[in-house]
Ligand binder design. Structure first.
Ligand SMILES: *Cc1c(COP(=O)(O)O)cnc(C)c1O
Length: 400
């Protein structure tokens, strides 16, 4: 079958809840993907940072196959021999005492919200049903009904009410707005250290540190959604480390299993995550041995291939080079590590047409929020590949 035939089937039989570029990927390796006609492209999206380790990483493939032949699912009704090692290795890599594994990012966010409420009632002494959680405008934390309750994107929320009570939305990047919103019933503040889906919005220096201090001062949990920014993407293990900040609760997902399998987790120390009692939360697939084995290999790749350092160095180079491209359309180039946003001027006619043009030149990017092109290749990219891409990016950023 060719590209047009695949697309026709997809349009006919699938719900239209996405607007993908018309490239049908049939194979991938490292930073490269191939379409149904055999054309080769550089992946500059990495499945929204779920592929930090690159496509089809051989070491993760081996872990997947080996584990798939042994045991894939026990449910948490029984124990398995991969989960304990995953817990231990995740704790050693992140510095948090404990974790709670889920599958999708949204599930891990929901888990963190439940944890914050439980902590508020059991530790802080907030009256039952009264806990409040503060989040930021422009956020993206997932697609469940509770999470879209506090989305500020009309498309994500308008047709899906009624919503979940207990959330307050304040401006992003404004610590004073958070302090003004804190009450004795505030359980937590949940922020993305950089808003990825919001358009690669980097808050001004000192913001996360100020939020951390406010949370400590008012006895409120600081929860960092590092699903997109974590695991090396921004040139640190976690993006909050750029400000020397340690959140009380960290939410990870996406690259946690290297793009092979949905694995997410909530990280915290024992006084917080130890609050969950048997039966209070769970997931049939969360913590399954296949996911745990794959995630262990994915974490090992991040460590053994120095992907955090690589992201810092190559990200700096890529961003510098992008910023030097003269273009009538570009308003700003910003980001950290290999999470880079190129914001176009309002009169540029939207980022989509630039992504379409980039595709023709063999580079896959996706627009975010109309005016921003995100460049977030797998962290295994090298300088030669960036240098290969730059002239094409330059051409596209100078098209009429
Ligand atoms: C992708 C993302 C999520 C949701 O993850 P899913 O696996 O799609 O549910 C949540 N928060 C952030 C910051 C994300 O980038």
């Amino acid at each position: 079958m060719n590209t047009q035939e695949y697309i026709a089937l997809e349009e006919k039989y699938g719900a239209h809840n996405y607007h993908p570029l018309d490239v049908v990927v049939t194979k991938a390796e490292g930073v490269w993907v191939w379409d149904a006609e055999g054309n080769k492209y550089l992946d500059c999206l990495s499945a929204y940072s779920a592929l930090n380790q690159g496509h089809v990483h051989p070491r993760i493939v081996d872990a997947l196959i080996e584990q798939a032949k042994k045991v894939t699912l026990t449910s948490r009704a029984f124990r398995n021999d991969q989960l304990p090692l995953f817990y231990k290795e995740l704790s050693e890599m992140t510095g948090y005492d404990m974790s709670l594994p889920m599958n999708s990012g949204a599930e891990a966010v929901e888990t963190a919200l439940k944890l914050a409420r439980k902590w508020a009632y059991r530790v802080k002494g907030v009256p039952r049903q009264e806990a409040e959680i503060i989040v930021c405008a422009g956020n993206f934390h997932g697609r469940t009904i509770s999470i879209i309750t506090f989305s500020t994107e009309p498309l994500y929320r308008d047709d899906f009410g009624p919503f979940t009570p207990g959330f307050k939305v304040v401006a992003y990047g404004d610590a004073k707005a958070i302090e003004d919103a804190i009450t004795p019933n505030t359980a937590a503040v949940m922020v993305e250290p950089i808003q990825g889906e919001g358009g690669v919005i980097v808050p001004s220096a000192g913001y996360l540190k100020a939020v951390r201090e406010l949370c400590t001062k008012h006895n409120v949990l600081f929860m960092a959604d590092e699903i997109q920014t974590g695991l090396g993407r921004t040139g640190r293990m976690f993006a909050m480390e750029h400000e020397g900040v340690r959140a009380d609760v960290v939410i990870i997902g996406k690259a946690l299993a290297g793009g092979f399998y949905p694995v997410s987790a909530v990280l915290a120390d024992k006084p917080i995550l130890g609050l969950f009692q048997p039966g209070e939360h769970g997931s049939t697939f969360g913590g399954n041995p296949l996911g745990a084995a794959v995630a262990r290999a994915a974490l090992a790749v991040i460590r053994d291939e120095n992907l955090v350092q690589r992201s810092a160095e190559l990200g700096e180079y890529f961003m510098e080079q992008l910023a030097e491209i003269p273009s009538p359309h570009v308003k700003e180039v910003r980001g950290k590590g290999l999470l880079i946003g190129v914001e176009l001027k309002p009169e540029a006619g939207g980022a989509r047409r630039f992504c379409e043009a980039m595709k023709i030149k063999g580079i896959l990017c996706k627009e975010t929020h109309d005016n921003v092109i995100r460049f977030a290749p797998p962290l295994v990219i090298d300088k030669e590949t960036i240098d290969w891409a730059l002239p094409s990016i330059r051409d596209v950023l100078n098209m009429a």
